[in-house]
Design a protein around this ligand. Sequence first.
Ligand code: ADP
Length: 470
Amino acid sequence: MKFSYKILLSTVLIMALALGVSGYLFVNYVFDASMTREVGQALDESSILQFAFETAALNIPSKYAMLQNSTIEEIGIKLEASGQGGRLLRISDEEGRFLYASEGFAQEIDFLMQIDKETRIYQVVRDGDSYYIQTGTMLDALDRVLYLETLHDVTGIYEERRQGFHIYRQVTVFMLLTSIAVMWIISGWITKPIRLLTRATKKMAAGDYAYRAKRVSSDELGQLTIDFNRMAGALEKNVEQLENEVRAREDFIGAFSHELKTPLTSIIGYADLLRSRKLDDEKQFLSANYIYTEGKRLETMAFRLLDLVVMKRGALERQEVDVSELFDYLRRMYGTIEGVTLDISYDAGQVCVEGNLLKSVLLNLIDNAHKASKENGTIEVRGERQEDGYVFSVRDYGVGIPAEECSRITEAFYMVDKSRSRSRNGAGLGLSLCTQVLLLHDSELMIESTLGEGSCFWFLIRDTNGEQVE
Ligand code: ADP
C-alpha cells in the first residue's frame, strides 16, 4: 500500500473514532442530564400528589371510620383532573388491587412490592414507542395503607437522544468525507519529496547519474533530498572516475599492443630476411642492426613498464637530500652531452624526496629536452627555493609541443611525433613515469610550451617541515 494511502487511512480512522466516541459521549451526557431533571420532576409530582391525596382524604367527611374505595376513586379522579393535561396515576390497596387507574396506565404491579413507608421509588418503563418514569410511594390515609403510582412521559427525551445520534452520524459522515478530500491533498503534498526521491533513484538505477531530485520542502525530507543529491554527486564522480580508469586502461592496452607490434614486426621481418636469403655484408649488418635497435627499444619499454607498475603500487621512503647532490649528479651524467649545452644553476637547499626516483624524473625531462632540442641548443636546468618548497625546472628551446597535446603527453605511450620519438628509442612512457613519481611526492608536473619555441617542465617539492611523510 502506498505511503500516502497509509497516512490517509490512519488519519480517517482516527477521525472516525474520535468523532464517534465524542458524539456518543456528548449525546448521552445531554440525555442523562435531561433524565435526571425529569426524574426530579416526576418524584416532586409524586410528593405533591401524595400530599394532595392525604389532605383530600382527611377533608372528605365520612360516616365510616375507614376510607371507602369509592371515596378513593373520587379523589383519584380529582387528582388526575387537577394536573395540566394527561396526568397518569394509579391507586392500589394493600393487596395490590387497583382502586383507581387513569386510562392507559397499564404497567406491571411487581414494582409495588419494592415500596416501603420511607421510600419513594421510580423506574423507567417502555410502552410501545413511549417511555415513562414510573414513580411509586405509599399513602397513609385514615388507617389505610395505599399505594400511589404516577407515570411521567419522557418519550421526548428519548426522541431527542435518537435525533442527537442521527445528527451526529450525519455530521460524522460529512466530516469524514471532507477530511478524506483534505487529507488526500495533504498526504500527497507530504509525500511529494518521497515520490521525487523515488523517481531520482529509478533514473539513477537506469544509468542517469546526472539526475538530481528536486527539493520541495525544508523539513527532514528536504534534508534527506539534499543528502541524497550529495550522495548522487559523489556516486556520479566515482562512476566517472571508474569509467575514466577503464578507458585509460583500454587505451593503455591498445597503445601497448601497438607499441609492441611495431618493433616485433621489424624484428621478425629482418630475422626472416637474414635466415631466408644470402645477403651481402652491408645488408646483413643493417638487418642485424635493426633487430638490435628494435630489441633495445623493447627492452627499454619493458623496464619502464616495470617501473610504472612498481610506482603505482606506491610505497617510498623519503629523506632529506641536499639539492647540490642532485644537480652534481645531473652535471656528471649530462656534462659532456653531444650537440647541446646543459646550463645548470640552483639555489642551495634541502628537499625531502626519494633521491633515486627524483634523479630519474630529472633525467627523463633532460632526455626529452635533448630529443626536442635543435643542434647546439641549450637546456636550462634550474633549482629555485620558494616560500613553500623547492621548484625544479627543465627548459629547452626546441620543437615545442602543440597546445592541444600538452595535456596528453603524460599518458602512457602517448607521443606527439611518433616516428621521431621511436627513432630516438622513445616509447611514450617517460613522462607517465615522471607523473607517477611526482604523485608519490605529492607534486604535479607542470608544462609550458610554445610550438617552435621550446618547452619548460617544472614541479614543486613542498617542504614537509619535519612532518612524517607517507
Ligand atoms: P618518450 O619515451 O617518447 O620520450 P615521454 O613520455 O617522455 O615519452 O614523452 C611523450 C611525448 O611527449 C614524446 O614522445 C614527445 O613527443 C613529447 N615531449 C616530451 N618532452 C618534450 C619536449 N621537451 N619538447 C617537445 N616534445 C616533448
